[in-house]
Design a protein around this ligand. Sequence first.
Ligand code: AMP
Ligand code: MG
Length: 460
Amino acid sequence: MTYRKLPQTLYTDIAPTPVADPAIYLYNHELSQELGLDDAIWRDELLLSGNQLPREMTPIAQSYLGHQFGHLAMLGDGRAILLDEIVSPEGKRYDIQLKGAGRTPYSRGGDGRAGLGPMLREYLISEAMHALGIPTTRSLAVVTTGETVLRQTPEIGAILTRVARSHIRVGTFQYAAHKGVVKELADYTIGRHYPQCVASPHSYVCLLDETLKSQARLIAQWQSVGFIHGVMNTDNMSLSGETIDYGPCAFIDTYRADQVFSSIDHQGRYRYSRQAPIAQWNLARLAETLLALIDPDTDQAIARATEILQRFEADYYSAWTELFGRKLGLDQATPDDRPLLEEFLQLLEADQLDFTNTFIALTDQPEASVFSSADGRDWHQRWLARIEPTKAKAIMQAANPRVIPRNKTLAEAITAAEAGDRRLFDELLAIIQQPYAKQVPPKYTEGSEPNDRFITYCGT
Ligand code: AMP
Ligand code: MG
């Protein structure tokens, strides 16, 4: 495991705590193939529960800090244990981690465990994000533990096997800076994620710049499917540019720019319209940890870092314009098109329309106006004049998913699975693998009522 070559302060050697009666609930064969894993070894409840590990595995829990809702806290893997790193047939290195594998020195008051419902939710949403073409950690398996975990109500215990390009977070850099080992971590991260920076004369500026670019694109991709992460704390932002830590996340039904789903996000800090500025704020926390490496002269370092951070907006809007442009049939949207795209979202909100389904309605019938207001009809005329109808349809079909995990359907499927009936969940999982399918059973594309207030809870 390459991570163990880093300074010891960055991790703790620790084995998973065995569970009573492990059983495989889900196994992602397609992913195991892609990773070149041998199912004879990995498709094993003893391994995927952490009950019995091959001798050569040296599991660890990672240390990190995190700004949680703006407040810095000492964290670390409180219920996750990194089992191993593997290299795929394409030569890409991945972490394999068990989430819910028992207590660690970072557990604080927690039990180190996870419930079946939340782990099914992470499995399904991460697979949906992958199918939508959005960088994300993946889910290899869910095992039930034969134990009960105590939350608001008793839940079925479960462990998720998470696969990630790494688990290096902005919070890992904050921790490393606090401990004086940020150079070691930065060099490791460059080698693992941004090898193009190795030869750069300013490799740490390059690291910041590349991380920023990957986040700018990632957040634009979230926006383009109406995904709200819900807990964009600095410990939940990965240097790899993957979406990580599916907690109270959810997809928008009826469009609202200030949509919040999380029960604990009282201020709306992580609402839909704030995801890009928050990512930039988190990147500023990353930049702070790199200052001494960027330039020994602090003023120079701050000037250089600020210059990079200020590029975020341009990078983000360029990705945003490209993605929303395609969603509205424009192959090469330019900054001049931004008002047309932004106005569309304002009209969606004014008419309380469903985000996903309205893009689909325009895709299927570009000539039919989707709006009721005079402003909306005016927008529609301008839009028709801007697009090339023959080309636009194909662009829109490729850019607009028909299927996203719908809050109501997902909640129903998980509730049924927790009660012992997994049919709805399995069906939903199959449906979300094909987000661009033309024929989808109507119940999977149904939005909510505009006044429905769906709430996600922490630990979900
Ligand atoms: P999250 O909000 O999921 O990103 O988690 C924040 C921190 O709480 C991380 O350090 C987690 O490892 C830790 N944590 C969450 N749930 C538990 C639990 N049940 N037991 C121990 N630590 C936990
Ligand atoms: Mg986290």
